[in-house]
Write a protein of this length. Structure first.
Length: 889
RNA sequence: GGGAGCUUAGCUCAGUUGGUUUAGAGCAUCUGCCUUACAAGCAGAGGGUCGGGGGUUCGACUCCCUCAGCUCCCACCA
């Protein structure tokens, strides 16, 4: 393509869809098992986003990282597979569906389970997968043919099978748990849906008369006086001497007039309140456990809607808050209220209805985690699974060592329904179908009919399906020997957020070890949270999150990807700022313009390769290989931001600012063909290196600079797309070349500074005279200095030059640029004096070290040698400066 | 209340088992340039007593103690 056909600025909108469709058409994203060895296979399973969700910045970061990893693996010749999918997210999705129905005037309570699920599936069909379509705009190279959904038939069945299996192993049981009951919505809500707020409330001190002792009381403090209706004991600390005399006694509940025992338990905090606690097992989880320990009865005082139930003889049918007011008055009247104090405590509110949450005991399904968690702890502690960054190992261990049983039932309809079946008299069996359940139940009750059998109404926790994800996407639960599973499992990398380390990552490891006897992934890359400038988490409810698709429109997908990755080392939060995307876009444009430069050259086969081009090529070749090794190392350590930054600097600074300036021919002059070819080769390698980060622009430029004779669908040379090209590998390089050029760069910078100070335009040629003061002086890059600084002459001299601007380079070489009357002795002198001061400081610090006996005797030899070299360098420099100063005077 | 982590330039972060410089990078800032690849740019420059204090050491951003501030996780007190 000719330059006059190429846009002056990179325009992502024109090419992104073109290339994405092309990649899809060529089926590059699709992977199937082949005969490659395990080390040449690469697989990531995407953390499935909520099926009805829309793309937010967190997804952008997470999926950009995965795409970088999978594209790099693909270019390393691995059979790379990235499996996408969505999660049914039972709570969130059900809430959305309920809200949508409400808008239509439909109340969930008026629907049957089947009717509701029909609505939910309709919603899923309509909105499900929008998020996956959005990921395509980002450039995500997922194997879309393998897209899964956690409620797909096979994944659904896998969950049921696992439940049955764990039940049969005796690991799943039913138990009582305190749930967060929303008396307004009449449902239990999850911990995540409870908002804790600080509330100004009161602490009521109530007097309980002691049985058999006249006018003797024990005082307890409570924030919820209405719950005395459900008291079944009063509890003190066994070592608390104040209450020692109460052992074996009992008290009367005020107003209720029920006698309850005084018990002793170390749970009680002696410092709080009166040191004496009332026990209400039905309405507090701690009280519940104390109740079990001390075999106390449990008195449930509330109806589901938060009113007092009929079993309680007082205040029946009245609301809990009304009762609180009334009971305080009644207690006071009867003389049982000792005092009230202001008190601040935290109260849970329902996120959905804003009702005060009532802790309520209920029967739930649990998974015993004790034994199955152990191996999952080991594989992380012994580094079979690596966390990036490793600091999360601590948090993981802490959790796994204190693991609690997992409550896996949820009072919802959207999800995998628990395969437990009940008879009218309360017998329970676990079975795959109702028919199977009936069969089992008939063993003891052969008269039972199918309509007598009722399935559990609850569904399983969403995580109980996602913990199987790395296995179930391959149908590995139902088909443990299938080819895909054997090929791709264990997967390589998992990219996710630290917030769900326990909810999800730990449980996947547990499931992997339980069902495959093998870890599910080898590396876990933990991303941070995307925050706004004020440090707040970006969220839809705060409205502080930009729409990722708008950003892509503005800056291009590549620009946004670079922006996301620039400041997000693994495990660190990402303080997002749109200017980061701007930086990404600017980088695209820089690469684009470098392409326009290289693409626009006329080539000559007759002119010889200039000396400056030869050395420049040697230098850049060394630099490239040096940086390739560094970038490979960054990737090996999962330091993606560092890898990107190293690439960024290699392209922008080393290639564009130095190399291209060094080799580019004068205006309208042709370039020799050798230099052009090698430059194109460098460019290709850089594009390949950039491709995982910036897939679109690199594919476009790859084709513009590539051979352009074959065209398919208007696209050049289809067999040779960068996405499937072979990534360059680091090779040997001459390190001394890099060092030598570094001193050259310093010389060039000094000359540019002089030009700037003296206001000499670049087009005015200068003369440079150099006085070597050391045999080590390097002349290799003189031709480059001459070219970049526009020197008409570069000459070595043995005597100092007057009326020249001077500076001192490496090895104390003196550089002179004759400027005639432009020289101002005073400024030259100040310059020299400040350099002298620096050199003297260095000399002093080295001398003090070297004169220290103990330093010389205990420091290792190389350290001392270095110090000696610093000393002699400083000394030499001081001598040179001193002489120059003498001449100025 | 328990646990983990963090504190280096205006911002975001590197700094590997203490000794490669006079502690680095990107962005931002300042100065000069519309120099025919690129003003979404070029060239140059400035900026840090490495949170405070103490200790170990010939030598500390790096190791130990202590104080202060911030963050996250878990559990929540009637």
């Amino acid at each position: 393509m000719k330059n006059d056909e190429i846009a002056l600025k990179y325009s992502p909108q024109d090419i992104e869809d073109k290339w994405y469709n092309h990649w899809l058409k060529m089926n590059y994203f699709h992977s199937k098992p082949d005969d490659k060895e395990p080390e040449n296979r690469y697989c990531i399973v995407m953390p499935p986003p909520n099926v009805t969700g829309v793309l937010h910045m967190g997804h952008m970061l997470n999926n950009t990282i995965q795409d970088v990893l999978v594209r790099r693996a693909r270019m390393q010749g691995k059979n790379a597979c990235w499996i996408p999918g969505t999660d049914h997210a039972s709570i969130a999705t059900e809430a959305k569906v309920v809200a949508k129905l409400k808008e239509e005037g439909i109340d969930k309570k008026d629907l049957t389970r089947e009717e509701f699920l029909k609505h939910a599936w309709d919603w899923k069909e309509k909105h499900g997968g929008i998020i996956l379509e959005q990921l395509k705009k980002l450039g995500a190279s997922c194997d879309w043919e393998r897209t899964k959904f956690t409620m797909d038939e096979d994944l659904y069945e896998s969950v049921i099978d696992v439940f049955i299996d764990l039940y049969n192993k005796g690991l799943i049981y039913r138990g009582v748990r305190m749930v967060n009951w929303d008396p307004s919505a009449l449902t239990a809500v999850s911990d995540e849906e409870v908002i804790h707020k600080e509330i100004q409330s009161k602490l009521y001190y109530l007097k309980y008369p002691i049985v058999g002792e006249k006018d003797a009381f024990v005082t307890i403090a409570t924030t919820r006086p209405e719950t005395i209706l459900g008291d079944t004991a009063v509890c003190c600390h066994p070592d608390d001497e104040r209450f020692a005399h109460l052992k074996g006694k009992s008290v009367i509940i005020p107003l209720v007039n029920r006698e309850i025992p005084i018990i002793f338990d170390e749970y009680v905090d002696r410092e709080f309140g009166t040191g004496c606690l009332k026990i209400t097992p039905a309405h507090d989880i701690n009280d519940y456990h104390i109740g079990i320990k001390h075999r106390l009865p449990s008195v449930d005082i509330f109806n589901d809607n938060g009113t007092i139930n009929e079993k309680i003889e007082l205040y029946v049918g009245k609301d809990r808050f009304d009762v609180r007011k009334e009971i305080v008055i009644d207690l006071e009247k009867s003389g049982y209220l000792e005092k009230t104090e202001d008190y601040t405590n935290k109260v849970g509110f329902s996120e959905r209805t804003n009702a005060v949450i009532e802790p309520k005991l209920s029967l739930q399904w649990f998974l015993n985690m004790q034994d199955i968690a152990k191996p999952a702890l080991d594989v992380v502690m012994n580094d079979r699974i690596l966390f990036h960054p490793a600091k999360f190992k601590n948090t993981y261990r802490h959790w796994m060592e204190n693991v609690k049983d997992w409550c896996i039932s949820r009072q919802l309809w959207w999800g995998q329904r628990i395969p437990a079946f009940y008879t009218p008299n309360g017998d329970v069996v676990v079975a795959k179908t109702k028919e199977e359940a009936l069969e089992k139940l008939r063993i003891t009750n052969y008269e039972l009919r199918i309509e007598d059998v009722k399935q559990d109404e609850d569904v399983l926790d969403t995580w109980f399906s996602s913990w199987l994800w790395p296995i179930s996407v391959f149908d590995g639960i139902q088909n443990p020997d299938n080819k895909d599973l054997k090929y791709y499992y264990p997967t390589n990398d998992l990219v996710t957020a630290p917030e769900i380390l326990f909810f999800w990552v730990a449980r996947m490891i547990i499931a992997g070890l339980e069902y495959r006897h093998e870890i599910p992934f080898k590396n876990v890359y933990l991303t941070g949270i995307v925050r706004d400038k004020l440090g707040r988490k970006m969220s839809k409810s705060l409205g502080n999150s930009p729409d990722p698709l708008d950003l892509i429109k503005l800056y291009g997908a590549d620009g946004v990807r670079v922006g996301m990755l620039l400041t997000s080392p693994a495990g660190n939060d990402l303080p997002f700022d749109e200017s980061l995307c701007e930086q990404g876009r600017n980088f695209c444009n820089k690469i684009w313009n470098a392409m326009r430069l290289v693409n626009g050259w006329d080539v000559s086969n007759t002119i010889e390769q200039p000396e400056y081009a030869k050395v420049s090529i040697d230098w850049f070749d060394a630099k490239l290989n040096e940086q390739l090794a560094i970038i490979e190392d960054h990737f090996a350590k999962y330091r993606l931001s560092d890898a990107l930054m190293a690439t960024y600097k290699l392209v922008w600074d080393d290639f564009c600012s130095w190399y291209l300036e060094m080799i580019k021919p004068a205006y309208l002059q042709p370039i020799d063909s050798d230099t052009r070819l090698i430059t194109l080769d460098f460019f290709d390698k850089l594009l390949q290196l950039l491709h995982p980060f910036m897939p679109f622009i690199t594919e476009e430029i790859w084709h513009i600079l590539g051979v352009d004779d074959i065209k398919i669908d208007g696209i050049d040379d289809c067999d040779d797309d960068i996405i499937v090209s072979e990534l360059p590998k680091s090779g040997n390089f001459d390190n001394s070349l890099i060092d030598k050029f570094e001193t050259t760069q310093q010389v060039i910078t000094e000359i540019r500074t002089i030009r700037k100070e003296k206001n000499i335009p670049q087009k005015d040629a200068l003369m440079l005279f150099i006085k070597k003061n050391n045999e080590q002086h390097e002349t290799l890059f003189d031709s480059v200095i001459q070219k970049l600084c526009n020197l008409e002459k570069l000459e070595y001299i043995s005597e100092k030059l007057e009326n020249a601007s001077t500076f001192i380079g490496a090895n104390s070489a003196e550089y002179f640029i004759p400027l005639g009357n432009k020289i101002d002795k005073d400024t030259e002198k100040t310059k020299l004096l400040s350099e002298l001061k620096q050199a003297e400081n260095l000399l002093r610090s080295t001398q003090s070290k070297l004169s220290n006996e103990r330093f010389v005797s205990s420091a290792p030899e190389p350290v001392i040698a270095l110090e000696r070299k610093k000393q002699s360098d400083a000394q030499q420099k001081i001598n040179v400066i001193t002489k120059q100063l003498e001449q100025l005077n």
